[in-house]
Design a protein around this ligand. Sequence first.
Ligand code: PHE
Length: 509
Amino acid sequence: MSNNRQNWNSKLGFILAASGSAIGLGNIVFFSSNAYQYGGGAFYLPYFIALFVLGLPIMMLEFGIGTMTGKSFPMALSQLAGKRAEFAGWWSVMSAMFITAYYVAILGWAFGMMVGSFGSLFEPGITAPFTPFEAPQPSPSAMVYFFHLIATWWPVIFIFVIWGLNLLILQRGTESIERAVRIFVPLMWVFMIGLVIKGLTLDGGFDGIMYLFTPDLEGISEAGVWRGAFSQMFFSLSLGLGTMTAYASYLPKDADQINNSFLVSFLNCSFEFIAGLAIFSLLFVFALNPAGSTLSLSFFVIPQGINELSSSPWIVRLFGFLFFFLIVIAGLTSSISLIEGPASALMDKLKISRKRALALVAIPCMIGSVLCTLPIIVDKGLSGNGTLGLSILDITDHWVFSYSLLIVGFMEAIAIGWVLGADKLRLALNKHSKWNIGPWFNIFIKFVVPGILLTVIGTSLWSEREGLYGANVDMGSFNWLPIFIPIFWLLISLGVAFYLTSRPNPEEA
Ligand code: PHE
């Protein structure tokens, strides 16, 4: 069935694409804000433990089932572990679509900030006092600029630019993806290394690093830190959304997936590590205080630091531009993979053309992106997220990010560990690998990974009892959103997953 599927041109192409998927907003925007929120030094140890006990085994699993079957996630699960596992696969595809919608919206804002670097974002002068949603004059702080930007319709135009780029890169599948990642992935490394050198050579840059690396034993004992680290690792490695299986399915059957898993995880985590160094050195040099939402650190705290990097306005602008350009290209190599996962799943299941599959994924996701950038102001005092778009984004992210990935991770570990049998996967992985994995792998897939995921999901659910997420902010006539969004997400994801699973697979038709 899979004889007309594409292949990567080279192993390098695959490694660039998979590491490009892993390295994205998660490594720059979310990692730094999580590390800050959970107290720097308290975050690193749980984070590294998460890599070994959760990240690597699941990446081997997702890569492994891709090459074993030559199919994308739901079809691979279906072939190896039956219809119930296929259902988990479609649920992950739906989650990937929800995440794509708001991921692209964030990229649209980053694009807006990038353009603004040469507009009034870094206009020299005194920093204006913070007045949300006021026009940025006479000389704006990055925060004012950001809120002014998201209260205009410009981001809606920008998301169409980002969507256009995504579809352009995806139109010829692996061939065009490979061409794009060959340019973007090395480029983002160069920019990030440049940024870290600049940060570390500033007076006081090392203080930030000390903050990051001073172990905080008290912090480590908090459950929230572990939950944060485990979810961060999952998202950062692009797991639980079927992406890595789709990419791996375009590899030849004899690919060494143990080696690939180590390589991609290593590239991702070292990028994240370097990004942490760069961001924390800037934070400490300029004594910035990243209070506020997840986006605040990268979208207005760091730009404020960049503003003070040099007395030459052109150098400041150039740095600001490069910082947001870096976010845009890192995000783009991830968003293409977020879209490719669902598209390749639909091509496999429904035997439709790439064009059609891309349209089926892109149209609903684009509508979602527009909703996330709606500039209607719902709480002017900024007790919540300010605009309708950002509120929708935040509530959706809360549910999909905290639950979908981890629930899918749990289900795939059960399906492969228990239904197929972890040993079958282990032997298949070992068959083509220089480095063999021992029976410990079975214990991880069958017990450790599901155990950890269940604990994380359980404690997250437990913390929901403190009140419905987002309901504490008065959004006037939009007060129904905090209840509507989780119900909508569940009904649509489960409904579509159910429908697609119940359709016959092409082999059986
Ligand atoms: N790993 C990407 C990031 O860090 C996000 C992503 C998650 C992409 C899942 C694809 C699949 O930004």
